[in-house]
Ligand binder design. Structure first.
Ligand SMILES: [Zn+2]
Length: 205
């Protein structure tokens, strides 16, 4: 299984532009399962939902839209495995979180940052600032974070092929893995949680 989203022209503007805190756009009607998504009133909005690849219309993560410069924070503790700039997704960071209860490795990805504040090999705590929200890269046309959640298909299955390509990895809906439960967007408030459970990657008010 290849890392398909890098081949797709993801159109950030297919979701409504939405800057109202505490809101989330609906899922694409053909995407199942849908989670009933609840965004806390102090959290910036989800401007585009996860949508598995269907022809050219896949969107393999969440978009969180708010003003440029807002702190981007680690969704779980881990080690930074990528921190660099490239043309499509701009300033990007990937954090490896270790293994879930089934032994499968989990990582989260942060794209279109304005500024990166971590280096490859650096350990980060849950909630630690790793950069600022931006609109870098050709696939971004407004300030937002594109955020992805990846898990191995089986323990030890992942094979890295250079910087952009993996095998043995699934791109999953981040809404399934919030600390407070599926669909319950969880702001970081200093809590600790298993490494495969995530808190919101953009700072809440
Ligand atoms: Zn996106």
């Amino acid at each position: 299984m290849r890392f398909k989203s890098l081949l797709l022209l993801v159109l950030p503007l297919t979701g409504c532009l939405n800057y109202d805190y505490g809101t989330a756009v609906p899922y694409h009607p053909k995407k199942t399962p849908h989670f009933a998504v609840r965004v806390p009133s102090n959290a910036p909005p989800i401007a585009q939902q996860f949508r598995p690849v269907e022809g050219e219309a896949g969107h393999m993560g969440l978009d969180v839209a708010t003003t440029k410069g807002t702190p981007i924070i680690a969704a779980a503790p881990g080690v930074v495995t990528q921190s660099f700039s490239e043309p499509a997704y701009g300033e990007r960071v990937i954090i490896e979180h270790g293994k879930d209860a089934t032994g499968r490795r989990v990582q989260t990805l942060y794209f279109h940052l304005d500024r990166r504040m971590v280096a490859e090999g650096q350990s980060v705590a849950r909630g630690q600032q790793i950069g600022t929200l931006g609109e870098t890269g050709l696939l971004s046309s407004y300030p937002h974070l594109h955020f992805e959640y990846h898990r191995e298909t089986a323990p030890g299955a992942r094979v890295r092929l250079g910087r952009n390509w993996w095998q043995g990895i699934e791109q999953l809906d981040p809404n399934a893995y919030w600390v407070d439960g599926p669909g319950r967007v969880t702001c970081f408030t200093g809590q600790s949680a298993p490494v495969d459970k995530i808190t919101y990657p953009v700072v809440c008010r």
